[in-house]
Design a protein around this ligand. Structure first.
Ligand SMILES: [Zn+2]
Ligand SMILES: [Zn+2]
Length: 252
């Protein structure tokens, strides 16, 4: 199916392999109308994350690229990290001013807020495939994501239930309340399938993204075809399956 924008791509400014210009050129070649450069947030290991200085450099490059592509909307985004059970992220007040919007998700290498976050959220995430998270862990994770949505100007929740297991329906309800998109991440379609009933019971809007870490993969939504054949009811929820500008939340 045709998806018109890819709002989650990485470059060598974090752990991606291509440059900003390469991702943008790839998006243009695929005929997208929008692409976002969204490298990893500040609490990841320095070599694989943005710093505030690197973000400023990105902004310069993106500004130049914008003048070269008139039929492509180019966004400067950041994929921030949830780092605490209180919904804390690694975005400080004012950080979002450097970006067009923020995605946020859990990343295992991002420095946790404190020891409590490490033991209560990170450890169950690390072992979630071996030890099924208990009801209380799921409840705590769900609250953490809902609090993050309330406390931070998150526009897109990235790859929900990748490692940190939540009650997706609850998170989707909070997301819908605040105009936040839930992501259909091409690398985590199985998670989406499992959560589908919960999602469809809410009014949440979805955004399909590749999470490309190489330019070749930018705008490659081929995996979505089989998925929507299985779950066609999801199609009207996918905001970037229709042409037109996506309105991203920028404040709380
Ligand atoms: Zn991610
Ligand atoms: Zn990502």
């Amino acid at each position: 199916m045709k998806i018109f924008g890819d709002y989650h791509t990485h470059t060598y400014f974090s752990d991606g392999r291509g440059g900003i210009g390469e991702n943008i050129a790839a998006a243009s070649r695929r005929g997208l109308e929008a692409v976002a450069i969204s490298d990893h947030g500040f609490n990841n290991p320095r070599a694989f994350s943005l710093t505030r200085k690197k973000a400023a450099k990105q902004a310069e490059i993106i500004e130049k690229e914008r003048s070269r592509y008139h039929d492509l909307r180019i966004y400067h985004a950041i994929e921030a990290d949830i780092i605490g059970t209180d919904g804390e992220t690694d975005m400080r007040s004012g950080d979002l001013e450097a970006f067009d919007f923020m995605l946020a998700g859990f990343h295992r290498f991002a420095k946790p807020k404190n020891a409590g976050a490490f033991f209560d959220m990170y450890v169950p995430a690390y072992v979630h495939k071996i030890i099924r998270p208990s009801k209380s862990v799921i409840k705590r994770n769900t609250l953490a994501f809902c609090r993050m949505i309330r406390r931070f100007p998150v526009a897109v929740v990235a790859h929900i239930n990748d490692m940190v297991i939540t009650d997706v329906k609850e998170v989707a309800m909070a997301a819908a309340d605040y105009g936040v998109y839930l992501e259909i991440n091409m690398k985590h379609l199985a998670v989406m399938r499992r959560a589908l009933d919960g999602i469809m019971a809410t009014n949440v809007k979805l955004l399909a993204n590749t999470d490309a870490h190489t330019p070749e993969y930018v705008g490659d939504f081929s995996a979505l075809d089989a998925f929507v054949k299985e779950c066609p009811e999801i199609v009207p929820r996918i905001a970037n399956a229709v042409l037109g500008e996506i309105k991203f939340r920028k404040s709380i």
